[in-house]
Design a protein around this ligand. Structure first.
Ligand code: FA5
Length: 343
């Protein structure tokens, strides 16, 4: 086998042997197969310098190796999932003789789920793909890949829930952990939305929870500007509320955008007069946004002189509060049926 391919093969199989969980596996997959900077794709660049038989032979060998590696990745994924399932079954005791509880009434969707699904529909109608992401994630995707330095306060365990004895893993504090992952998976241009649950070590009040939902989206293309950013956000809000929503933009700092902004919407509960949901200011802090930082685009493997992007992360729980006129965020996860039956 060609020495370059041989080296890659050896490196891949050695790393594969050391993989212990699905997240490590995903990292390995990116290392070798990411569209722009994956090692396999780098090797394929050799092809253009080869001619005739040498080119044909190299192409066949590289393709065979790629198929073999992909097969091994799929097998490993299945093995890891089965191990996990096995341990869950062992832990769970199921009593199949236990009588079924009577069903008194049908349930219905939680208000946050309704808003989530509506937002997904609006985003899809605007040409966005919609993806889920991991809630337990690596420090790399949550911070490092987003140009957030080691010293940033968000990395402090005061703000982020880290996993005991595993300082490289945390419960994601925002869904921005999907930005670089999606760029690596789909390449550019890209229009993607990635809502989900996030976790922060927060003191709760009427508008802050420790566990809440965000709806984030990004667009990467050529000549993306702030007009696109504001237009897309307003269109999404109009789709959710069926009316124009008054918004205001303030400068905001997020290391992964430049320039960055925070956007507030006029409180739909009190119409700007002041209530618990808007901390009596008439405005609700709704989202962070901006033009994607060149370092993030470069980090995902793309030329930031050619490709530009926008991103925004909305507080989906707050959007639901506004939609259903809920003035205390803590009610949403209270499990109080008297509250939930209203929706
Ligand atoms: C972020 O989480 C950034 N990742 C958003 C972003 C994405 C900026 C892309 C730029 C580009 P922030 O911490 O401000 O930013 O949270 C975003 C939104 O989540 C807030 O505007 C707010 O609506 C909501 N939010 C934040 N903290 C809480 C909380 N404790 N409880 C409920 N909602 C919250």
């Amino acid at each position: 086998m060609n020495s370059q391919l041989g080296k890659i093969k050896q490196e891949f199989f050695k790393s594969l042997e050391e993989i212990k969980d699905v997240l490590q596996l995903e990292k390995l997959e990116n290392e070798f197969f990411s569209r722009k900077s994956g090692k396999m794709n780098e090797v394929m660049k050799v092809l253009k310098d080869l001619v005739g038989e040498a080119r044909k032979e190299f192409g066949i060998l590289a393709n065979e190796l790629k198929i073999e590696m992909e097969k091994k990745l799929a097998e490993k994924k299945q093995e890891l999932n089965q191990e996990k399932l096995g341990s869950l079954i062992q832990e769970e005791e199921i009593d199949v003789t236990e009588p079924k509880l009577p069903i008194h009434e049908g349930g219905h969707l939680h208000p946050e789920t309704k808003v989530l699904w509506e937002m997904e529909d609006v985003a899809r109608s605007m040409g966005f793909i919609v993806e889920d992401g991991p809630e337990l994630d690596s420090d790399y995707y949550c911070f490092e890949a987003l140009n957030i330095p080691k010293t940033h306060p968000a990395r402090d365990s005061q703000d982020t829930f880290y996993i005991k004895d595993h300082p490289e893993w945390c419960m994601r504090p925002h869904v921005s952990n999907m930005q670089v992952r999606l760029l690596q998976k789909y390449g550019v241009p890209l229009r993607a939305a990635y809502p989900g649950r996030v976790f922060r070590n927060e003191a709760t009040d009427a508008s802050h929870e420790h566990t809440f939902y965000q709806f984030e989206a990004l667009v990467v293309g050529k000549d993306i500007n702030i007009g696109h950013l504001v237009g897309i956000i307003k269109e999404l809000l109009r789709g959710l509320y069926n009316t124009d929503v008054e918004v205001r933009l303030r400068p905001g700092y997020f290391p992964f955008v430049e320039p960055g902004f925070e956007m507030d919407m006029k409180c739909l509960i009190c119409h700007g007069v002041g209530c618990g949901a808007c901390k009596h200011s008439g405005w609700v802090e709704t989202l962070g946004c901006g033009l994607m930082h060149p370092k993030v685009i470069e980090g995902a493997g793309f030329d930031s002189k050619v490709w530009t992007g926008l991103a925004f992360g909305m507080g989906l729980t707050r959007l639901a509060m506004q939609k259903y006129k809920i003035d205390n965020i803590r009610l949403l996860q209270s499990g109080d049926l008297n509250f939930l039956k209203q929706f």
